[in-house]
Design a protein around this ligand. Structure first.
Ligand code: ZN
Length: 286
């Protein structure tokens, strides 16, 4: 099941078209994606049992380009992000793989939707295609075996990063450099976990102006999704509506020879197998 935030309202994105959840259920379900996260089982059941009329007949791929698509979670409480979690990406950055997950945050005000534009704070703004986990349940000290029961679903994420700020001093400045306005596009929808049983078996790509720059697979992660959930929950309580960026594969601009960064007008298209794609455009600052 695909669950999206269309202009602030929860909609289901079926192969036949789009369904406004609150309207089609006569108010039985909330119009707010965040409030539905704890009731996804019921929603899946309702969707399969009810004869539902779509409010707009449109293919998922076409709908993904709707400019009114907001971030799948409007205001995540916590945005976890993982650095250097793909073997090939650590190598291109000239850094060793961390022995434990390297965790930082993208501040929640940087979150935006699938088709939003973002401005460039410097001449060294970079792309990072990432699988994003959406949490559906509160928990601490979650075991690797139980991790999936805390996950509502997955979406595509783009961890835009300003290398100028990130790498201007030592140690590196991760969280701020990755939290400029609209630096955290997520979407186009949440694909619920029943449709994605193996999050570490998905192809992941990023195209810049139609040229493929990242072409990898989530099986290259150093720490798997369940391992990341377990590790983070050993420190922080995870809560419904929290999200986690799980790290970027190789092929970022910093790793190109010579390095290549985003210019105004560049189109960043981020895709993950079975989860859809984001299309975000860079613009000049100001
Ligand atoms: Zn990243």
């Amino acid at each position: 099941m695909r669950l999206a935030n269309l202009n602030g309202r929860a909609v289901l994105v079926t192969d036949e078209g789009v369904v406004d959840v609150a309207t089609a259920s006569n108010g039985a379900f909330s119009s707010d994606v965040d409030k539905l996260l704890g009731h996804l089982d019921q929603l899946v059941k309702w969707l399969s049992s009810a004869r539902i009329k779509v409010s707009e007949a449109i293919s998922p791929d076409e709908f993904a380009r709707n400019p009114l698509l907001g971030p799948v979670i409007k205001q995540p409480g916590q945005v976890f992000a993982i650095g250097l979690n793909y073997r090939t990406h650590a190598a291109e950055m000239g850094l060793a793989l961390p022995g434990k997950p390297m965790v930082f945050t993208k501040f929640p005000s940087s979150v935006t939707g699938a088709n939003a534009s973002f401005s460039l704070p410097s001449e060294r703004t970079d792309w990072e295609a990432e699988l994003v986990v959406v949490f559906g349940k509160r928990g601490r000290d979650v075991s690797v075996e139980d991790a999936s029961s805390y996950i509502a679903g997955y979406c595509v994420g783009q961890d835009l990063s300003d290398r100028e700020l990130q790498l201007q001093g030592s140690p590196a400045q991760f969280s701020l450099a990755k939290s400029y306005e609209n630096f955290a596009p997520i979407g186009p929808w949440i694909t619920t976990i029943d449709d994605i049983p193996h999050p570490n078996n998905l192809s992941i790509t990023c195209d810049i102006n139609g040229v493929r720059r990242q072409d990898s697979h989530t099986s290259d992660m150093a720490f798997t999704v369940p391992e990341l959930v377990s590790y983070i929950s050993s420190v922080c309580e995870i809560r419904p509506g929290d999200i986690m960026f799980t790290g970027s594969p190789h092929g970022v601009g910093q790793g190109q020879i010579p390095p290549l960064f985003l210019k105004p007008g560049d189109v960043v298209e981020t895709s993950i197998e079975g989860l859809g794609s984001l299309r975000n455009v860079a613009r000049a600052r100001g």
